[in-house]
Design a binder for this molecule. Structure first.
Ligand SMILES: [Zn+2]
Length: 265
């Protein structure tokens, strides 16, 4: 069965969607990803993982549907770089809240963001509650790309700072769309000095900080794409799709209250 909402006629969709239905909105970005990756990297990865996960989950009986990918999002950290097309936080927030309203009117009971761009996370987390309060939908946010170790024998040395255009993203695009990657232009840009701070940093450190991607004196890359390989991309792809499928299965049976009936909100 076709799960792509944009390819269905309205009455056909209305006939098939109910409160038990899960609607997935992939969110990416059109933003600078260094000289070696395409601008649409985050959107490409979010859409590919969402599509594959929806296909597998639907084959296993989950009632899940895919909206067109939201590509213009909150990429202001790369606003200095030509090719980045972004929305300010207020506009994106209002956009996703309106999409939530439309999903509610569609008749579905759940909206899931499959997000490929780190700069969207904080805003989407706030939107989860806003949409929940206004529309009554169950709302969820999951990443398109999960962390995984490279295949045995390939060490990864990015000091945990491979967050943008680094080995992971580059490997995944190498796996999915190798013709879009120019490894001859890939360079290591890891802000090594950040490792000397115990409390300040990315990824779970207690003190976070505001940054723009050119603050680090880099060409808009944070990570080491020279360590990317198609084999690592395949590992990341399988891990990402597997986690997304498992997450959709959990979302399908999730209830806020232990006494809530199935399919309610
Ligand atoms: Zn990216």
């Amino acid at each position: 069965m076709n799960r792509t909402i944009a390819e269905l006629a309205g009455p056909s969709l209305a006939h098939r969607i109910g409160r038990q239905s899960i609607v997935v909105l992939p969110t990416g970005a059109l933003e600078h990803h260094g000289p070696h990756l395409p601008l649409g990297t985050d959107a490409l990865l979010a859409e590919a993982v969402a599509s594959a996960a929806i296909e597998r989950a639907a084959a296993g009986g989950i009632d899940v549907w895919q909206l067109p990918t939201l590509t213009y999002t909150k990429s202001d950290e790369h606003s200095w770089a030509p090719g980045t097309v972004w929305l300010d936080a207020e506009t994106l927030f209002r956009t996703v809240v309106h999409i939530g309203r439309s999903v509610e009117l569609m008749g579905a009971g759940t909206l899931v963001f499959v997000n490929g761009h780190g700069g969207n996370v904080a805003l989407l987390q706030v939107a989860l509650r806003e949409i929940r309060r206004r529309s009554g939908l169950k709302t969820f946010l999951m990443p398109s790309l999960v962390r995984a170790d490279p295949p045995a024998g390939e060490g990864l040395d990015e000091n945990g700072l491979g967050i943008h255009g680094g080995a992971a993203e580059t490997s995944l695009v190498l796996h999915l769309r190798p013709e879009l990657v120019d490894l001859s232009r890939a360079e290591r840009w890891v802000p090594e000095h950040l490792a000397s701070f115990q409390h300040i940093g990315f990824n779970g450190r207690p003190v976070s900080f505001g940054w723009l991607s050119d603050d680090f004196g880099t060409p808009g890359v944070i990570g080491d794409p020279t360590q990317a390989t198609p084999a690592y991309g395949e590992v990341l792809w399988e891990a990402s799709v597997r986690q997304a499928v498992e997450s959709l299965r959990e979302i399908a049976r999730f209830e806020h209250s232990p006494t809530a009936g199935s399919g309610g909100s």
